[in-house]
Design a protein around this ligand. Structure first.
Ligand code: FES
Length: 162
């Protein structure tokens, strides 16, 4: 891990311990996860208990101790989406991306997670891709997107920014 990246982020916030959440988010955006070395460095540099940093890293959905995909796909499995067929949507994506929920593709391009209600129940079942909602999803819609964008690889479910 390049510690210089972490040092630059910490310097950006003037080594202010009250900005620890912002620092963690910046590291997450840069590295796509929070390397353990970074947490140890922050703990010493900002005099923040390591246990607090790990608590934050595991509590907040936006943070992760393992690398996330460049394109994060969330399938809502909340009650409203569940009764409208979220399980079939998840099955389709797991099959197409060849990963299970909670996993990332070997090239770290795509990550797949389930979430419990994204607040768009009327649009269920909902799939969220890098923050954008796609409602009323069906396995056929997923399949069409895959055919349109993915070809043989079938990984380009939707175009992700960046
Ligand atoms: S249950 Fe899926 S958006 Fe609410």
């Amino acid at each position: 891990m390049e510690l210089e990246v972490i040092e630059r982020i910490v310097e950006k916030y003037g080594s202010d311990r009250t900005a620890v959440m912002e620092i963690l988010i910046d590291i997450q955006e840069q590295k796509r996860y929070l390397p353990r070395e970074a947490l140890h460095y922050l703990s010493k540099k900002l005099a923040v208990p390591l246990t607090r940093l790990y608590h934050m890293a595991t509590f907040y959905e936006a943070l992760s101790l393992t690398p996330l995909g460049r394109c994060q796909i969330h399938v809502c499995t909340g009650t409203a989406c569940h009764v409208r067929g979220a399980a079939r949507i998840l099955d389709q994506l797991e099959s197409s991306l060849k990963i299970r929920a909670g996993g990332v593709t070997p090239d770290l391009e795509y990550g797949l997670k389930t979430v419990n209600c994204v607040g768009a129940c009327a649009l269920g079942p909902v799939v969220q891709v890098d923050g954008q909602y796609h409602g009323n999803m069906t396995p056929l819609k997923i399949e069409r997107m895959l055919q349109k964008n993915g070809g043989a690889d079938q990984k380009e479910v939707v175009t992700c920014p960046g």
